[in-house]
Design a protein around this ligand. Structure first.
Ligand code: ZN
Ligand code: FE
Length: 255
Protein backbone atom coordinates (compact mmCIF):
# COMPACT_ATOMS: atom_id res chain seq x y z
CA UNK A 1 0.00 0.00 0.00
CA UNK A 2 1.41 3.45 -0.87
CA UNK A 3 2.54 5.52 2.10
CA UNK A 4 1.07 8.89 2.97
CA UNK A 5 3.59 11.74 2.61
CA UNK A 6 3.53 14.82 4.79
CA UNK A 7 5.69 17.83 3.89
CA UNK A 8 6.91 19.71 6.96
CA UNK A 9 8.44 23.20 6.61
CA UNK A 10 11.35 23.65 9.04
CA UNK A 11 13.80 26.49 9.81
CA UNK A 12 13.84 29.27 7.20
CA UNK A 13 13.50 27.24 3.98
CA UNK A 14 14.05 23.54 4.74
CA UNK A 15 11.64 20.64 4.29
CA UNK A 16 11.40 17.41 6.27
CA UNK A 17 9.05 14.64 5.15
CA UNK A 18 7.02 12.15 7.13
CA UNK A 19 6.15 8.85 5.47
CA UNK A 20 3.29 6.95 7.06
CA UNK A 21 2.03 3.48 6.19
CA UNK A 22 -1.70 3.51 6.97
CA UNK A 23 -1.86 -0.29 7.24
CA UNK A 24 0.83 -0.90 9.87
CA UNK A 25 1.15 2.62 11.29
CA UNK A 26 4.88 2.57 10.48
CA UNK A 27 6.20 6.12 10.25
CA UNK A 28 9.55 7.36 8.99
CA UNK A 29 11.04 10.83 8.82
CA UNK A 30 13.38 11.93 6.04
CA UNK A 31 15.82 14.51 7.45
CA UNK A 32 15.50 16.39 10.70
CA UNK A 33 16.28 20.08 10.25
CA UNK A 34 14.47 20.78 13.53
CA UNK A 35 12.52 18.70 16.05
CA UNK A 36 9.64 21.04 16.98
CA UNK A 37 7.64 21.04 13.73
CA UNK A 38 8.11 17.27 13.35
CA UNK A 39 6.90 16.51 16.89
CA UNK A 40 3.92 18.83 16.33
CA UNK A 41 2.99 17.02 13.09
CA UNK A 42 3.34 13.60 14.74
CA UNK A 43 1.23 14.71 17.70
CA UNK A 44 -1.55 16.16 15.53
CA UNK A 45 -1.94 12.88 13.66
CA UNK A 46 -1.18 10.51 16.51
CA UNK A 47 1.67 8.92 14.53
CA UNK A 48 4.58 7.20 16.31
CA UNK A 49 7.98 7.83 14.73
CA UNK A 50 9.90 4.60 14.14
CA UNK A 51 12.87 5.72 12.07
CA UNK A 52 14.78 8.76 10.91
CA UNK A 53 16.39 8.53 7.46
CA UNK A 54 19.26 10.98 6.94
CA UNK A 55 20.26 12.13 3.44
CA UNK A 56 23.51 13.97 4.25
CA UNK A 57 25.56 15.47 7.05
CA UNK A 58 24.77 19.20 6.73
CA UNK A 59 23.47 20.68 9.98
CA UNK A 60 20.22 21.87 8.40
CA UNK A 61 19.30 18.21 7.74
CA UNK A 62 20.43 16.63 11.03
CA UNK A 63 20.11 19.27 13.77
CA UNK A 64 16.84 17.80 15.11
CA UNK A 65 17.96 14.15 15.13
CA UNK A 66 19.02 13.80 18.78
CA UNK A 67 15.96 15.59 20.20
CA UNK A 68 13.68 13.41 18.03
CA UNK A 69 15.53 10.23 18.98
CA UNK A 70 15.12 11.14 22.65
CA UNK A 71 11.46 12.08 22.34
CA UNK A 72 10.37 9.13 20.19
CA UNK A 73 12.97 6.37 20.50
CA UNK A 74 13.21 6.30 16.68
CA UNK A 75 16.09 4.42 15.04
CA UNK A 76 18.49 6.55 13.01
CA UNK A 77 19.70 5.45 9.57
CA UNK A 78 22.23 7.15 7.32
CA UNK A 79 25.09 6.57 4.90
CA UNK A 80 27.88 4.31 6.14
CA UNK A 81 30.30 6.49 4.15
CA UNK A 82 29.35 9.47 6.34
CA UNK A 83 28.98 7.67 9.69
CA UNK A 84 31.94 9.66 11.07
CA UNK A 85 30.14 12.98 10.60
CA UNK A 86 26.49 12.03 11.11
CA UNK A 87 24.71 11.66 14.44
CA UNK A 88 25.27 8.11 15.84
CA UNK A 89 23.60 5.62 13.47
CA UNK A 90 21.55 2.59 14.49
CA UNK A 91 21.98 1.35 10.93
CA UNK A 92 24.66 2.37 8.42
CA UNK A 93 23.43 2.20 4.83
CA UNK A 94 25.25 1.29 1.63
CA UNK A 95 24.01 2.26 -1.84
CA UNK A 96 21.56 -0.41 -2.97
CA UNK A 97 20.53 -1.29 0.60
CA UNK A 98 16.86 -1.18 1.40
CA UNK A 99 14.93 0.37 4.26
CA UNK A 100 11.51 -0.95 5.30
CA UNK A 101 8.31 1.01 5.79
CA UNK A 102 5.39 -1.30 6.49
CA UNK A 103 5.54 -3.83 3.69
CA UNK A 104 7.34 -1.48 1.33
CA UNK A 105 11.04 -1.49 0.59
CA UNK A 106 12.76 1.84 0.01
CA UNK A 107 15.99 1.72 -1.95
CA UNK A 108 19.10 3.70 -1.04
CA UNK A 109 20.54 5.54 -4.07
CA UNK A 110 24.03 7.02 -4.02
CA UNK A 111 23.82 10.68 -5.14
CA UNK A 112 27.19 12.35 -4.41
CA UNK A 113 27.89 15.89 -5.60
CA UNK A 114 26.50 18.36 -3.05
CA UNK A 115 28.37 16.23 -0.48
CA UNK A 116 30.25 12.99 -1.07
CA UNK A 117 28.11 10.83 1.23
CA UNK A 118 24.73 12.17 0.05
CA UNK A 119 22.10 9.46 -0.45
CA UNK A 120 18.50 9.50 -1.67
CA UNK A 121 15.64 7.16 -0.73
CA UNK A 122 13.33 5.78 -3.42
CA UNK A 123 10.01 4.20 -2.42
CA UNK A 124 8.75 2.59 -5.65
CA UNK A 125 5.32 1.53 -4.40
CA UNK A 126 4.58 4.98 -2.98
CA UNK A 127 6.15 6.50 -6.09
CA UNK A 128 8.38 8.98 -4.30
CA UNK A 129 12.07 9.75 -4.08
CA UNK A 130 13.58 11.81 -1.25
CA UNK A 131 16.43 13.77 -2.80
CA UNK A 132 17.23 16.56 -0.29
CA UNK A 133 20.03 18.65 -1.84
CA UNK A 134 20.79 16.48 -4.89
CA UNK A 135 17.92 16.90 -7.39
CA UNK A 136 15.78 19.87 -6.27
CA UNK A 137 12.69 21.52 -7.74
CA UNK A 138 14.07 23.30 -10.84
CA UNK A 139 17.56 22.99 -9.39
CA UNK A 140 20.27 20.87 -7.89
CA UNK A 141 22.46 21.30 -4.83
CA UNK A 142 25.62 23.36 -4.93
CA UNK A 143 28.77 21.27 -5.40
CA UNK A 144 30.42 21.65 -1.98
CA UNK A 145 32.36 18.39 -2.08
CA UNK A 146 31.79 16.50 -5.31
CA UNK A 147 32.69 17.15 -8.93
CA UNK A 148 30.32 18.13 -11.73
CA UNK A 149 30.81 14.61 -13.15
CA UNK A 150 29.67 13.04 -9.86
CA UNK A 151 26.56 15.23 -9.66
CA UNK A 152 25.73 14.64 -13.32
CA UNK A 153 25.90 10.90 -12.73
CA UNK A 154 23.80 11.20 -9.57
CA UNK A 155 21.14 13.21 -11.41
CA UNK A 156 21.17 10.56 -14.15
CA UNK A 157 20.32 7.87 -11.59
CA UNK A 158 17.35 9.92 -10.37
CA UNK A 159 16.25 10.87 -13.89
CA UNK A 160 15.94 7.16 -14.74
CA UNK A 161 13.12 6.66 -12.21
CA UNK A 162 9.52 6.59 -13.50
CA UNK A 163 8.27 9.98 -14.78
CA UNK A 164 5.40 10.18 -12.31
CA UNK A 165 7.74 9.82 -9.30
CA UNK A 166 7.24 12.53 -6.68
CA UNK A 167 10.51 14.36 -6.07
CA UNK A 168 10.63 15.32 -2.40
CA UNK A 169 13.57 17.73 -2.13
CA UNK A 170 15.05 19.56 0.83
CA UNK A 171 14.56 23.30 0.32
CA UNK A 172 12.17 26.00 -0.84
CA UNK A 173 14.51 27.50 -3.44
CA UNK A 174 12.20 27.04 -6.40
CA UNK A 175 11.27 30.66 -7.11
CA UNK A 176 14.89 31.77 -7.44
CA UNK A 177 15.70 28.53 -9.30
CA UNK A 178 12.97 29.44 -11.79
CA UNK A 179 14.45 32.89 -12.39
CA UNK A 180 17.81 31.26 -13.09
CA UNK A 181 16.33 28.50 -15.29
CA UNK A 182 14.73 31.16 -17.49
CA UNK A 183 18.19 32.62 -18.21
CA UNK A 184 19.31 29.21 -19.52
CA UNK A 185 16.19 28.26 -21.49
CA UNK A 186 13.99 31.34 -21.92
CA UNK A 187 12.00 29.88 -24.84
CA UNK A 188 10.86 26.70 -23.06
CA UNK A 189 7.03 27.04 -22.74
CA UNK A 190 6.81 24.34 -20.05
CA UNK A 191 9.37 26.27 -17.99
CA UNK A 192 7.57 29.57 -18.54
CA UNK A 193 4.29 28.03 -17.36
CA UNK A 194 5.94 26.41 -14.36
CA UNK A 195 7.63 29.66 -13.35
CA UNK A 196 4.23 31.41 -13.35
CA UNK A 197 2.68 28.60 -11.30
CA UNK A 198 5.54 28.73 -8.78
CA UNK A 199 5.19 32.48 -8.35
CA UNK A 200 1.46 32.03 -7.67
CA UNK A 201 2.02 29.29 -5.13
CA UNK A 202 4.67 31.28 -3.30
CA UNK A 203 2.44 34.37 -3.28
CA UNK A 204 -0.08 32.20 -1.40
CA UNK A 205 2.61 30.90 0.94
CA UNK A 206 2.34 27.34 -0.40
CA UNK A 207 5.30 24.96 -0.82
CA UNK A 208 6.46 24.22 -4.38
CA UNK A 209 7.52 20.69 -3.40
CA UNK A 210 7.13 17.84 -3.99
CA UNK A 211 7.30 18.06 -7.77
CA UNK A 212 6.96 15.31 -10.40
CA UNK A 213 10.06 13.89 -12.05
CA UNK A 214 8.39 14.35 -15.45
CA UNK A 215 8.07 18.10 -14.90
CA UNK A 216 11.69 18.29 -13.74
CA UNK A 217 12.80 16.50 -16.93
CA UNK A 218 10.82 19.03 -18.97
CA UNK A 219 11.93 22.18 -17.14
CA UNK A 220 14.93 21.70 -14.82
CA UNK A 221 18.04 23.01 -16.65
CA UNK A 222 20.32 20.73 -14.61
CA UNK A 223 18.64 17.69 -16.19
CA UNK A 224 18.60 19.22 -19.67
CA UNK A 225 22.27 19.57 -20.61
CA UNK A 226 21.53 17.50 -23.72
CA UNK A 227 18.94 19.96 -25.09
CA UNK A 228 20.00 21.54 -28.41
CA UNK A 229 18.46 24.94 -27.48
CA UNK A 230 20.45 25.10 -24.24
CA UNK A 231 23.67 23.95 -25.89
CA UNK A 232 23.27 26.56 -28.62
CA UNK A 233 22.57 29.31 -26.10
CA UNK A 234 25.75 28.43 -24.18
CA UNK A 235 27.79 28.07 -27.37
CA UNK A 236 28.53 24.44 -26.45
CA UNK A 237 26.92 22.55 -29.35
CA UNK A 238 29.60 19.89 -29.46
CA UNK A 239 30.58 19.64 -25.79
CA UNK A 240 29.88 16.49 -23.75
CA UNK A 241 26.70 16.70 -21.63
CA UNK A 242 28.71 16.73 -18.41
CA UNK A 243 30.56 19.89 -19.52
CA UNK A 244 27.31 21.61 -20.39
CA UNK A 245 25.99 20.63 -16.97
CA UNK A 246 29.16 21.97 -15.32
CA UNK A 247 28.73 25.30 -17.14
CA UNK A 248 25.09 25.58 -16.03
CA UNK A 249 26.15 24.84 -12.43
CA UNK A 250 28.95 27.45 -12.65
CA UNK A 251 26.50 30.08 -13.90
CA UNK A 252 24.08 29.29 -11.09
CA UNK A 253 26.86 29.73 -8.50
CA UNK A 254 27.29 33.34 -9.58
CA UNK A 255 23.63 34.08 -10.37
ZN1 ZN B 1 23.02 20.35 2.26
FE1 FE C 1 20.38 21.71 2.86
Amino acid sequence: MPAEILTIPCLADNYAYLLHDPETGDTALVDAPDSGPVLAALGERGWRLGQILITHHHWDHVDGVEALRKATGARVLGAAADAHRLPPLDQALQPGDSVALGGEKGVVIDVPGHTIGHIAFHFPETGAVFTADSLMALGCGRLFEGTPAQMWESLGRLAALPDDTLVCSGHEYTESNARFALTIEPENPALQARAREIAERRAQGQPTVPSRLGEELATNPFLRAGEPAIRARLGMENAPDVEVFAEIRRRKDSF
